[in-house]
Structures are given as C-alpha cells and as structure tokens.
Design a binder for this molecule. Structure first.
Ligand code: HEC
Ligand code: HEC
Length: 338
C-alpha cells in the first residue's frame, strides 16, 4: 500500500508539473537536422543545365515581347525585387485584368513536384507556356510567340547556342525558361547558419518560435523540410468558392479548397499571403491558424485545429519566420536582344 501511495504521489507531481507548463523534452539537433539545405540543384536529364540555357531563359523571362501588349514579362508578376512575387493580393494580367489567384514566388522550384496553387502542371517546362498563352495573362498565341522570337536575329543565335539544332520552338522556349527558374535558389538565411551549428545566428525568440513551429503550433506537419513545404495540398480554412485542387482531382472530397503548401523561405518579404492574398501580414496568418481556420468545412485539414498560443508565443513564431529571410542578390534585367 505504501508503495502505491508513493506512485500516486509521483504521478500527481508529474501531472502538476505538466499543468504548470514545464517544457517537454525537445531534440533540438534532431529536429534541426531535418532542415539541411541540399548541396546542388537537380536538373532533369532531358534538360540539363548549361550556361547558354540559363542565359537564354533569363533573357526570355525578362522580355515583355512574350506578351501581346509587349508590356508584361514573367518578371512583372514574379519580380526579383519582391522575392519573385508581385506584392499584390491577386495578380493583374493582360489589359489590367485582376486574376483570381495571387502570384506565388518562383524561388526554389527546382525541387518542386507539382506546380500552380492547384498542382495542375507536372513540370516547370509544362508550366512555362501557360501564362504566355493565357488570354488573361500574356495573351499571345504559340504561333505569334514563335514568329516574334524568330524575327529577332540575336534570339536565333541564343537558341542555337542553348539547344543546338532544335530551333526556336515552344519546347525550347519552355525548356530555357524552366532552366533559368531552377537556378533561382534562396541564399543562406540566419536559420541555415543555426542549422549548421552557429548558436548566435538567430535570436532566443526565434529559437523558441522554431520549437513552437515543430510542436504545439503544428506548422511543421505541412511546412516541412528545408523549403518548408510538404509539396502537398490542404484546406486550411480560407473562405471562398475557389475549390483549388478539387478542380484537378474532382471527386476527392478532401481536395476541395485545398491549395499547395507554399514555401516559407523569405516569406516575410512576400505579403500579402495565401492563394487569394487574403491575409495582409504574418500576424494575420498566425491569427488564422490560432483560430483553426475561418471556414470549418468537411474538407478542412485534420491538422488545422484551434491553437493555444499566447501573445508572446505568437511573436516568437513570427520571429522564427523572419529568420528564414536571406539576402539574395537581385539579378539585373538583361539587355533585350535585337
Ligand atoms: C499576370 C501575372 C503573371 C505573369 C505575367 C506570369 N505569371 Fe506565373 N503565375 C501567376 C499566378 C497568378 C500564378 C498562380 C496561378 C494558379 O495557381 O492558378 C502563377 C504561377 C506560376 C508558377 C507556379 C509556381 C508554383 O509554386 O507552383 C510558375 C513556375 C510561374 N508562374 C512562372 C511564370 C513564368 C515562367 C512566366 C512567364 C512566361 C509567368 N509565370 C508569368 C502570375 C503570373
Ligand atoms: C494542414 C497543413 C498546414 C499547417 C498545419 C500549416 N500550414 Fe501554413 N499553409 C498551408 C497551406 C496549404 C497554405 C496555402 C493555403 C492557401 O493559400 O489556401 C499555407 C500558407 C501559409 C503561409 C502563407 C505563405 C504564402 O506565401 O502565402 C504562411 C506564412 C504559413 N502558412 C505559415 C504557417 C504557420 C506559421 C503554421 C503553424 C501555425 C502553419 N502555416 C501551419 C498548410 C499548412
């Protein structure tokens, strides 16, 4: 009997210390190890990297002649000075038409698996021609695009250097754009220096924020790995009639209102947030998660539930998100070929 009482006393003691918020053990180095940056950029075997391909892709990316009006380039909506987004809640395309979704960043997509907010493109090559020929975006037909490029002498030599004997085709345009995009990788951030062992690289608040991100706030269940995305699709409870991934995979109920988990690299530079630009800053994003989403539909992810995070904890989480910001060089727009 004596022993049983002792056990109960110990059990009560443990319960009391948990109730008082004593920290549970946390494997810092094990958790940080899940965020190591890869050593090199992967390129597909049928479109390997070469300097000539990167140069051609960069030139096309910044060339407004890829649009009907000759005023819109890829960089208009994926602007290097705005962390490769456009700073708008929703993109503005051809003839100033507001599109239904926000321009995502094109950073770190070499590791991407499916593209667009709803994952409807399976490669960067497949994605690249979409905006050019979309009437709402750049509004140029494939034939017009090729006629324009073939009329430019310097483009003929740039294509020949990049894809010898393949000519100026929709295929080589897409491959060059994809090659350039694969080279866009966010530089080392304070968080990466911490992962590598420099304990002074981030603040104590950011460290507490990382711990919350991994545990109580549940963020890492979707924002995982060094790019902070599971490359999957979730309904996190944003209202609206855009069904997201369900338009690509009809009949799968959990895919209704599900959108691709965005990278959190340099996220502090890319407000406003979400596929619809509905959250104006990181405070608003964290509030949304604390509430467990705003629209509680059957498709709502089971990882989204109200969170018990105090004010200081929310600040720590945001401080952690800031530690993912790197000082990336902003490439100068290339001189356009004549
Ligand atoms: C008018 C603005 C606009 C222009 C111009 C534009 N985009 Fe986009 N881009 C968007 C929007 C909006 C989306 C998201 C659309 C969606 O998910 O339905 C997007 C999505 C993408 C994605 C997918 C990113 C991801 O994480 O899945 C890539 C890659 C991309 N664009 C590259 C390009 C390239 C290359 C060009 C030039 C040929 C270009 N874009 C021109 C607005 C634009
Ligand atoms: C169930 C998976 C899931 C969980 C858990 C989750 N996220 Fe997200 N996150 C997403 C998805 C999906 C989006 C995009 C949703 C959309 O646009 O409709 C997103 C968007 C974001 C964005 C906006 C990024 C941008 O470029 O628009 C931020 C910031 C963010 N999440 C941070 C967090 C934080 C912090 C937590 C933890 C409190 C968290 N997320 C938990 C899946 C998740």
């Amino acid at each position: 009997v004596g022993r049983r009482i002792l056990c109960l006393a110990i059990a009560a003691g443990i319960a009391a210390s948990v109730a008082e918020g004593a920290p549970e053990p946390f494997d810092w180095s094990g958790r940080l190890a899940g965020y190591q940056r890869p050593a090199r950029i992967p390129f597909p075997s049928d479109n390997g990297w070469s300097e000539a391909r990167e140069t051609l892709g960069r030139t096309l990316y910044f060339d407004p002649r890829l649009s009907q009006s000759a005023t819109v380039s890829c960089a208009t909506c994926h602007n290097p000075a705005l962390s490769w987004g456009d700073g708008l809640p929703r993109a503005v395309g051809h003839a100033m038409k507001t599109l239904r979704r926000r321009s995502p960043t094109v950073l770190n997509l070499a590791w991407g698996e499916l593209f667009f907010w709803d994952g409807r493109a399976e490669s960067l090559e497949e994605q690249a021609l979409g905006p050019i020929t979309s009437p709402d975006e750049m509004n140029l037909t494939g034939d017009e695009l090729l006629a324009r490029l073939r009329a430019v002498g310097e483009y003929r030599s740039l294509f020949e250097a990049a894809y010898p004997d393949e000519g100026i085709t929709l295929g080589t345009v897409a491959k060059a754009l994809a090659t350039f995009e694969r080279t866009l990788v966010s530089a080392e951030a304070p968080f990466d220096r911490w992962v590598k062992g420099d304990e002074t690289a981030v603040s104590e608040a950011a460290k507490r924020g990382f711990r919350l991100f991994e545990t109580k706030a549940r963020c890492a269940s979707c924002h995982s790995g060094w790019r902070f995305t599971d490359e999957s699709f979730h309904d996190i409870g944003l209202p609206g009639d855009d069904v997201g991934r369900a338009a690509v995979l009809p009949g799968i109920d959990v895919m209704r209102h599900a959108f691709k988990t965005p990278t959190l690299r340099n996220v502090a530079r890319r407000a406003p947030y979400m596929h619809d630009g509905s959250e104006k800053d990181l405070e608003a994003v964290v509030d949304l998660y604390v509430r467990g989403g705003r629209e509680k539909r059957p498709s709502l992810s089971d990882q989204i539930e109200p969170l018990d995070l105090g004010k200081a904890e929310r600040r720590d989480l945001i401080e952690f998100l800031h530690s993912l910001t790197s000082e990336d060089p902003i490439p100068a727009s290339p001189r356009l070929p004549l």
